[in-house]
Ligand binder design. Structure first.
Ligand code: NDP
Length: 492
């Protein structure tokens, strides 16, 4: 398939806000630019919201909640979610290209993640119809005691830039299915696909105000959403320091929060492991989305007996990663999302050098003129890392991994848990009992044994420790978007 022209995918003019069922510019008429990370050039202009727009969006969401959405049945909501999936499928090529050009993720991967996402909508639309309260056998037989699961009202959704559409939908579906309405703030860096999501929402026939979308800086637009008194709940995905600031603001009004934050996940490889399979997971995590994945295993914790053999496999695999322009269907790894992210990764390579972690670039991109304009980086391995080093402790969010040896199982557990994060982790061993002991010992919210970590719509997802609070995805996400009301109903 050929690369489409920019004009066949991009909207002419400024990308709008969506407030009360209407696409519109920001009240102050301000705009900002978003870029293409593989060329460094501007891709589009986007309307910038201010506090007045956020207020209008929240009031529209509140009105839609009170007058309509809270009175709909789970079945009616599910039907609309399925119509949304159809509307997204009809524009799937456009969405895939927008993500490819705005995020820099290769087109084959943006297409694949769209497919997974559409299946996820189907799951939420189905399972949400089974949600309800319970009855309780209490001591007084003249009382029927039951619980209702009710929506909160307006939920604010705040997103990062790495998987804009997938993460927005994985938050939005349970919010809507549970009967809440939403105001979305996409990342300033990658807002384009959220505008087309808004268009799909209108096409699917959602009543005005059920979903609203505002754009602009987190410090003003995001903060205004968090602070708005009519927003009952915040669902945030992003960095841990931003998450802490949002948590503090939300505490002022005891708002409910779900926080999906940073990670520094271990891949623990025992000496009896299938080294090829384990190296395949490391490869996937260094290259997929150019390592800009919260759940990526960036600490490779490997038994000292097999660390040389494992490193040799990485060298071969990393040398073969097809780094290139994301439009090319052969490309496996595109650029980093922005110059800021590129500088951050380079800074950490220097930090690793100072710490004597021995950073080794696994490819030389200097002879690739087509990559010069964009924010490309070679996959890099800190070959002599130790757990206490900054490069083994801090989230870098790029194609870099730290290799750390361990002696025995207790040492592996100590190193894997030696992190303020607890988002994800992978264990490779052929010993079933040991694998089970590791599952119990690791302080991590999302674990995989002899398989890569995958965040799917049908299983709960959420971090331990400073990686977050609450669960997204799966049945748990729908339940988290409801509050339990207890009712004593007298028959006297
Ligand atoms: P940031 O924390 O910088 O930003 C996330 C979002 O929060 C953006 O929309 C940002 O706005 C907004 N924001 C910033 N400040 C405030 C504020 N004071 N009030 C309200 N909103 C605010 O994260 P990044 O976008 O840089 O994303 C990378 C991070 O996201 C990584 O740490 C990564 O681990 C994490 N992440 C976690 C995932 C998980 O599921 N656990 C999944 C994916 C990413 P803007 O930037 O537009 O100004």
């Amino acid at each position: 398939m050929q690369t489409p022209s920019l004009s066949s995918i991009l909207r002419p003019g400024t990308y709008p806000l969506l407030i009360d069922g209407e696409e519109r510019p920001g009240a102050a008429g301000r705009r900002f630019e978003v870029g293409n990370p593989s060329t460094g050039r501007t891709l589009a202009q986007v309307a910038e919201a201010d506090a007045q727009d956020v207020d209008a969006a929240v009031r529209a969401a509140q009105h839609a909640f009170e007058t309509h959405w809270r009175h709909t049945s789970a079945r009616q909501r599910s039907r609309l979610l399925r119509k949304l999936a159809d509307a997204l499928e009809r524009r799937s090529e456009q969405l895939a290209w927008l993500e490819t050009w705005n995020v820099g993720r290769p087109i084959t991967l943006t297409r694949a993640s769209l497919r997974t996402m559409l299946d996820g909508i189907d799951y939420i639309a189905g399972v949400s119809q089974g949600i309800g309260g319970q009855t309780h056998n209490i001591a007084d037989t003249h009382i029927v005691n039951f619980t209702l699961r009710e929506p909160f009202g307006v939920v604010g959704l705040i997103l990062p830039w790495n998987y804009p559409l997938t993460l927005t939908l994985s938050k939005l579906m349970p919010v809507l299915a549970a009967g809440n309405t939403a105001v979305i703030k996409a990342s300033e860096v990658t807002p384009l696909s959220s505008v087309e999501l808004g268009a799909a929402i209108l096409e699917a026939g959602f009543p005005p105000g059920v979903v609203n979308i505002v754009h602009g800086p987190g410090a003003s637009v995001g903060q205004a959403l968090v602070d708005h008194p009519l927003v009952e709940r915040i669902s945030f995905t992003g960095g841990t320091s931003t998450g802490k600031a949002i948590y503090r603001s939300a505490a002022e009004r005891i708002k409910r929060v779900t926080l999906e934050l940073g990670g520094k996940s271990p891949l623990v490889v025992f000496d009896d492991a299938d080294l090829d399979a384990a190296a395949g997971v490391a490869l996937q995590d260094v290259s997929r989305n150019t390592g800009q994945i919260c759940i990526a295993c960036t600490r490779l914790v490997v038994h000292e007996r097999v660390i040389d053999a494992f490193t040799e496999r990485l060298r071969v695999l990393y040398g073969r990663i097809r780094i290139g322009l994301p439009e090319d269907p052969q490309t496996e790894m595109g650029p980093l999302v922005s110059s800021a992210q590129h500088e951050r990764v380079q800074r950490y390579v220097e930090i690793g050098r100072d710490e004597q972690a021995d950073p080794q670039a696994m490819q030389d991109l200097s002879g690739r003129p087509e990559l010069r304009e964009g924010f490309f980086a070679a996959p890099t391995l800190f070959a002599k890392a130790r757990s206490e080093m900054r490069v083994a402790q801090e989230e870098i969010f790029g194609p870099v991994q730290a290799l750390i040896p361990f002696r025995d199982e207790a040492d592996a557990v100590r190193i894997a848990n030696d992190s303020r994060y607890g988002l994800a982790g992978v264990v490779y061993t052929r010993d079933g009992a040991r694998a089970m002991r590791m599952c119990k010992a690791l302080q991590i919210g999302n674990l995989a044994v002899n398989d890569p970590i995958k965040a799917t719509a049908d299983a709960p997802f959420g971090g331990f420790k400073e990686s977050g609070l609450g669960k997204e995805r799966g049945l748990d996400a729908i339940l988290e978007n409801t509050q339990v009301k207890n009712v004593r109903f007298s028959m006297r």
